[in-house]
Ligand binder design. Structure first.
Ligand code: GUN
Ligand code: ZN
Length: 437
């Protein structure tokens, strides 16, 4: 049974930073029809065309609203949902004071299940349909998140956190357990339904070289898994890392020695990287998840997007909740824009939205599944009321009155002022999620 989703349809077909002509990087239908069937995108065009082509189809009418691919958050910690907005301290103290205590709760399957539900619903409320999430070191936490995501048929990436030192005993594993438990979870969940596994060494400080090497070894055994970790987020973190690994030439070299700098590696933050480190990340085909609200909240620093762009290193933009202060990718783009303003780089609106849709899908090698409305892709999309807030309506009317209202300005208004109030519906694999639940 086919369904036509009617509305103002927008999506990317290419990286907007590489083209000047919008036809080369985006598609926009003022009155469009997105045709879905059995959870997949089967056709797209003007509403008129689609209506006459699929006479039998049912339809959901969102005329006057924007239809976009669901947002993709490439770095977030699901167990940290309750500690969002925890006052004070920079990274290392914040981890000890707030993060590790809440993560200890995830040894309980019941707690992990409830937290997984809250987390996923919060993502959907904010228009995020896929994410790469950290769980905790407990298998229970990974099982709970994959199970709840499977119930929603959501495409999710997660994995057990590997830590064997410099953390509370309750959160540490051994090298043997790190290997055996990750392997068991990969066998259970990876590529089952829409689930994908990320081997997840937390960061260099909490992992011995043997622990990090387990991650490298597992990735060799399962080359289509991801690796996710943190890199060069905070100056004290970098100093401590270099003290712990005196034989390594720089932070990235720690990960290189462990074999975890690969074309499937997601490095969160990467604020303080040398030219050489950026070149080596580029060469390996890894990418950086820039987390603006987190970097501001923890006072970590101002990520230099232009410099990283010039090095042709792929970046995406992510929330990093609970150091990040919002589940909303729109609010996250807002802070990304402001950080780059301070760096004297005026980030283009299309570049911003690309990085949370097609750009993120490409970085994750999932562009033939999510991130755009290419035919055959999975039907994860959102409906955005871009004037849900009265002030957005005033802004639109003003811009219209001076002939400056266009797609770019519509998106920019969402980037700067948008949040969950603008998300009117979220569809996952073609199914509308009940956001009131
Ligand atoms: N580095 C290691 N662990 C974490 C974490 O949980 N959050 C952030 N922001 N940085 C980290
Ligand atoms: Zn993080």
């Amino acid at each position: 049974m086919k369904k036509i989703i009617r509305g103002q349809i927008f999506y990317f077909i290419n990286d907007p930073t590489l083209y000047t002509n919008p036809d080369d990087f985006m598609r926009y239908y003022e009155d469009g029809g997105l045709v879905i069937s059995d959870g997949y995108i089967v056709d797209i065009g003007t509403y008129e065309e689609m209506q006459s082509k699929y006479i039998q189809a049912s339809y959901d009418d969102y005329s006057g609203m924007l239809i976009m691919p669901g947002f993709i958050d490439t770095h977030i910690h699901y167990p940290q949902t309750p500690i969002i907005g925890s006052y004070g301290k920079q990274l290392l103290d914040w981890l000890n004071e707030y993060t590790y205590p809440v993560e200890e709760m995830f040894s309980s399957p019941k707690y992990a299940k409830g937290a997984s539900k809250d987390f996923i619903k919060e993502l959907f409320k904010n228009g995020t349909t896929s994410c790469a999430a950290f769980s905790t070191e407990h298998k229970t936490s990974v099982n709970a998140l994959f199970k709840v995501a499977s119930d929603f048929n959501m495409r999710i990436i997660t994995g057990k956190v590997l830590m064997n030192r410099n953390a509370p005993a309750a959160l540490e594993d051994t090298v043997k357990e790190a290997y055996a438990e990750s392997k068991e979870l990969i066998e259970t969940w990876h590529k089952k339904g829409r689930n994908l596994y990320a081997i997840t060494p937390r960061f260099a400080i909490t992992c011995s070289m043997s622990e990090l090497k387990v991650a490298g070894l597992l990735h060799k055994e399962y080359p289509d898994t991801y690796i996710q970790t943190h890199l060069a987020e905070n100056k004290d973190e970098i100093k401590q890392t270099m003290d712990l690994f005196p034989d390594c030439t720089d932070y990235l070299n720690v990960y290189e020695k462990a074999g975890i700098v690969t074309d499937s590696s997601i490095f969160a933050h990467g604020i303080y990287l040398s030219d050489s480190e950026l070149d080596r990340i580029k060469c390996a085909g890894s990418f950086i998840s820039h987390c603006p609200t987190s970097n501001l909240f923890l006072g970590s620093g101002l990520f230099n997007m232009q410099r990283v762009n010039n090095k042709r290193v792929t970046t995406t933009i992510a929330t990093d909740v609970g150091a990040g202060t919002s589940f909303s990718m729109l609010q996250t783009l807002n802070e990304a824009y402001k950080i780059q303003q301070l760096n004297r780089y005026v980030m283009n609106t299309f570049e911003s939205f690309y990085k949370i849709t097609l750009g993120a899908a490409r970085a994750l090698k999932l562009e033939n599944k999510i991130g755009s409305f290419s035919l055959g892709n999975e039907a994860d999309f959102i409906v955005i009321d871009y004037v849900a807030q009265y002030i957005q309506k005033i802004r639109m009317e003003y811009l219209k009155s001076c002939d400056k209202w266009d797609v770019e300005n519509m998106l920019f208004g969402l980037q700067i002022m948008g949040d969950s109030r603008n998300i009117k519906a979220t569809y996952v694999m073609g199914r509308k999620i009940d956001l009131t639940d």
